[in-house]
Design a binder for this molecule. Sequence first.
Ligand SMILES: CC(=O)N[C@H](C=O)[C@@H](O)[C@H](O)[C@H](O)COP(=O)(O)O
Ligand SMILES: C=C(OP(=O)(O)O)C(=O)O
Length: 346
Amino acid sequence: MALTLRDILGDKTFIIAEIGQNHQGDIETAKKLIKAAKECGADCAKFQKTNLSAKFTQAALNRPYKSVNSFGETYGEHKAFLEFSENEFKILQEYAKEIGILFTASAMDIKSLEFLVDIGVPFVKIGSGDANNFLLIEEAARKNIPLVISTGMQSFETVKWIYDTVSRYKKNFALLHCVSAYPTPFEDINLRVLKLYQEEFPDIVIGYSGHELGIDISAAAVALGSKIIERHITLDKQQKGSDHKCSLELCEFKQLVTNIRNLEKSLGQTVKKIQPSEMECFQKLGKTIVYSKDLLKGHMLVYGDLDIKVAEPGGVDGSEINNIYGKILNTHVLIDENLQLEHLVT
Ligand SMILES: CC(=O)N[C@H](C=O)[C@@H](O)[C@H](O)[C@H](O)COP(=O)(O)O
Ligand SMILES: C=C(OP(=O)(O)O)C(=O)O
């Protein structure tokens, strides 16, 4: 039986290393990136799968692509250069299995969806470019496979359509907040959209696919409850290609994984209590109640008789002071001596 998305994701933030087309069309580079994703601690290495004639019209393929990031004269030639064959995909999938990292891709058309389902990826990603591809989404929703759907370049109405449509077939899917600008200006990110998605779609997993510079915002998305984080990775940001500049080099990506794991531990629970790890500091600097003057046996303690100081040894916690006023001393005490409950008439 196919695993559910929640089984696949587990309890921790699920981190997707988006290799995309940062392999420059070279399978050995793609393998290096898969290995790097594993070594950096990612949960999944992701590619993009396109069937060119299914994704593009002939005119779009013929469009000249004059750009420093172009690998061909036309957009079609460029995309063909960067696209792996089905066989190469299977080789990469096998390699990922060998080294122990999940492998998947975004399906950029229905033919690619069929292919990915056939080769048994654990879940299919639908990228932002296809979030308004109602034909692909409906088809993907019908398949018995978990989906992770990004929502860049879409209105909230379209996002609600995606949610309603996929929900008619299954709840085995996640929506990722995403802004498809490379890099995304900080003021366009609107991380609070995560809250909107969590409130509007409470029964599915919500995550974030980031294209901003740096790692802080993606870690912040985890603090805001994102259960999936996807970032592009690259071996070198200076390489030719549209995605390299806002991708993370391996040391940055590794740092992001570390930060997310530390953040998960740090988010903890909604419980305020003194932690055992605080005791060392409390024993050194925590304040306890002491007498502010010499006092005689039989004296009733009133405001002004007590102080709260770092004392040696410490005694009754400073927060108890209001419970001590009105009590009678059963012994003589000295200034700066720590108050002990045995000094009080019970
Ligand atoms: C929306 C979408 O698909 N975005 C993808 C995922 O983030 C990108 O990787 C694009 O494939 C890439 O930026 C395209 O670059 P070019 O046009 O140079 O091949
Ligand atoms: C375009 C993609 O992703 P996103 O929209 O999350 O950037 C993708 O996964 O191919």
